[in-house]
Each structure stands twice: as C-alpha cells, then as structure tokens.
Write a protein that binds this ligand. Structure first.
Ligand SMILES: *Cc1c(COP(=O)(O)O)cnc(C)c1O
Length: 224
C-alpha cells in the first residue's frame, strides 16, 4: 500500500517543470495534510470556508491555500480574512466585486481565477467563453482595486468519454489563450490555467494545464 507521502512524491516526479499541484484536501483531516506537507507539498485546495478556517491554525503557516469550492457572497468576508493564496472558483461578476471590495477594505490583494464552463449541462457554474472575452475585451479588470485575475479554472464534463474530456479541456485552454491574445501587454500576470482532477489530469496537462487539482488520487475517497 502506498502512503499519502509516496503519492505526493510520485506526482511531483511525474508533473513536469511548470505544472503545479494543488492537493485537494477537502473532507480529509489535518493529519492527512501534514503527511502531504512532510513529503514536500505546499499548495492545498479546500472547498468550504469553515473547513479551511478550522485547518489553518493546525498546520504550518507556509501552506498556500487555494479555495476551489462554490463561494457564497455572504462567506467572502470570512474567506478574505483567512488570506487565501488563490480563489480559483470565481463564478460571477457579483462575487468578483464582493471579493474586490472586501480585499480593498482589509488591505489584501486577492489573487483569483475565473471559472469557465464548457460543459453543456445547465447546472454548470461559471462564465461562458463569450462572457469572459467580452469582459477582457473592454478591460473590465481595470475597475478592480485589490484583486488580481491570475487566469482561468475549468472542469471537463463528468464522463468516461476521453475524446469529450479532451475537447472540453481544449476549449478551456482556447479561452485562456484567446484572452491573452486579446489583451496582450495590458494584462499582467495572467498565466494560470487550472484544469485536471484525479481522473483526468494527464489529459488536462496535455491540453496545456499548468495547475492540476488532485484530491482522491492522493488522499483516497472522501466521506461526505
Ligand atoms: C473536489 C475537487 C477536486 C478534486 O477532485 P478529485 O477527483 O478528488 O481529484 C478538484 N477540483 C475541484 C473544483 C473540486 O471541487
């Protein structure tokens, strides 16, 4: 049986230079995070504000916490007070504005990714390709006071169809590259493309991901 540490070390070996690993520790205890930390892992992903708040004081302060879950506007204040390294799951302009307002008020620069959806399912959260292109086309980010948009986060359709997963990642990468082309030098530090989870991260990296979010393949199955 491999341990959490073994799995972290083998992922670090397999991920090539420039592709970062976010170890998704949601629903797993602080001790599991500690094992991964001791194997050299520093970026961890959490999807609930309360759980993140509980874990932070139990763990080393040099951990870079990424928030990856759906964020309700009424939790923004608390999340910003926890000083996350990245909020990967900004899925509405209203949420972006709330983050920016709170970050400015508390003297913090929020680093965020915009979540885009490609899957046709109605329930998918996030922005469409057209919506984000329109925003960057008019340089909407110039209105932000204390928020830095560092890139895009996306998920492929939940399916066994590998061709479909690959084409979803391809489309998300397309959105990312289209924004960079559109904005050119007016957009600084827009360099993160977060795609890929336990079951599909190799395909995501093939399609250009430079941040993979891996949970169950490191920590095992979650008990919700
Ligand atoms: C839970 C979660 C992951 C990790 O999923 P695994 O399949 O366990 O690797 C990645 N990204 C997001 C947004 C998640 O909510």
């Amino acid at each position: 049986m491999s341990t959490i540490g073994d799995r972290i070390r083998s992922l670090h070996e397999e991920l090539h230079e420039g592709v970062h690993l976010c170890a998704v520790s949601k629903f797993h205890p602080a001790e599991a995070v500690r094992e991964a930390y001791d194997a050299g892992q520093r970026i961890f992903g959490e999807s609930r504000v309360q759980e993140l708040e509980a874990k932070i004081p139990e763990l080393p302060s040099d951990i870079l916490w990424h928030f990856i879950g759906h964020l309700q506007t009424n939790k923004v204040k608390k999340l910003i007070s926890l000083r996350p390294a990245m909020i990967e799951s900004v899925d509405s302009w209203r949420l972006l504005a709330a983050i920016d307002k709170e970050a400015e008020a508390t003297g913090f620069v929020a680093r965020v990714l915009l979540e885009v959806h490609v899957a046709e399912e109605e329930t998918k959260t996030g922005f469409s390709h057209e919506e984000v292109l329109e925003y960057f086309g008019r340089q909407g980010f110039n209105d932000l006071k204390a928020t830095h948009i560092c890139g895009i986060m996306g998920m492929a359709t939940n399916t066994d169809d590998e061709a479909r997963i690959r084409s979803d990642f391809h489309r998300i990468a397309d959105t990312f590259l289209a924004i960079r082309t559109l904005c050119g030098d007016s957009l600084i530090g827009f360099d993160t493309l977060s795609m890929g989870m336990s079951g599909d991260w190799r395909l995501a990296v093939d399609e250009g991901s430079n941040l993979v979010r891996i949970g169950s393949a490191i920590f095992g199955l979650r008990n919700y």
